[in-house]
Design a protein around this ligand. Structure first.
Ligand SMILES: [Zn+2]
Ligand SMILES: [Zn+2]
Length: 269
């Protein structure tokens, strides 16, 4: 029988030649060995996980703490002759998850849906929960969804959870372990959302009150969600989501504001 290759990260089995790589790259090997706390020599990884790991490695290297770490190393160089700049990097990179906070979180499993707990399979393909949705869950439910968690695509509308899904997300752990970069990342995501919400944002439903919805669109938040869920063909673009298009249409119908006035009005918000 032919040997079956599986991915060290997602445990996907029967990887084809085109969908697997033997872990040869030294940086990748070290990173995975440290993350998984085992030897990964000659192990295989699927292309999706490999791409994700490279992205993670890049993010960690570009994070402000690492940059600061590098800067600190350089400034400490003269005072401490035994100080090795390179040695500081790995420990910063893999700063242990030792900060326990009383914040509930979802399961760390990458194979089960964060919302309905269904297992992923060929028939039920799951997607990585977008960071916008993770931030939404934290703001609305105070629940932490670990990076790279998966969910069924139907729980999402664009990059956010639907209101129904968000109410279903189960709290699996009552406390969460963080490392320093996790906390910085969380704060940055929340900051990002707050800056976004300076403008009217129909994509993230918590940014507008029930009253805002009714005043602007004539619909309740749930009605708006329901309509948005059924819309398949609106002129959406990179910068304008289905919900934004729908909101503009409804506001226009309700107020009779011309496009130009409306643009001025949206820009003023
Ligand atoms: Zn994989
Ligand atoms: Zn699901």
């Amino acid at each position: 029988m032919a040997k079956s290759y599986s991915c060290v990260l997602c445990n996907k089995t029967h990887l084809t030649v085109n969908n697997r790589r033997t872990i040869i790259n030294e940086k990748l090997r070290d990173y995975l060995a440290r993350t998984l706390k085992r030897n990964v020599e000659n192990a295989t990884v699927c292309l999706k996980c490999r791409a994700q790991v490279y992205r993670d490695m890049k993010t960690v290297m570009n994070s402000p703490q690492i940059r600061q770490g590098i800067a600190t190393c350089q400034s400490n160089d003269d005072e401490d002759p035994d100080f090795l700049a390179e040695e500081t990097l790995p420990s910063e990179l893999f700063s242990p998850k030792s900060i326990q906070l009383n914040l509930s979180s979802t399961s760390k499993s990458h194979r089960r849906c964060t919302v309905c707990q269904k297992n992923s399979s060929n028939r039920h393909r799951q997607v990585v929960v977008p960071h916008e949705a993770r931030t939404q869950a934290f703001i609305e439910k105070c629940i932490v969804i670990p990076a790279n968690s998966r969910c069924c695509p139907n729980h999402l509308l664009g990059n956010y959870f639907t209101q129904e899904s968000i109410s279903k997300i189960p709290e699996v752990n009552s406390t969460t372990l963080f490392n320093r970069s996790d906390i910085t990342e969380l704060l940055n995501r929340v900051r990002g959302t707050l800056t976004l919400n300076v403008k009217l944002n129909f994509d993230c439903s918590h940014s507008l009150s029930e009253e805002d919805y009714q005043r602007l669109t004539g619909l309740t938040r749930n009605q708006f969600e329901a309509v948005a869920n059924t819309v398949t063909d609106l002129r959406k673009s990179e910068i304008r989501s289905v919900k934004t298009c729908l909101a503009i249409l409804l506001v226009k119908l309700r107020t009779g504001l011309s496009n130009i006035k409306k643009k001025m009005w949206y820009d003023c918000q």
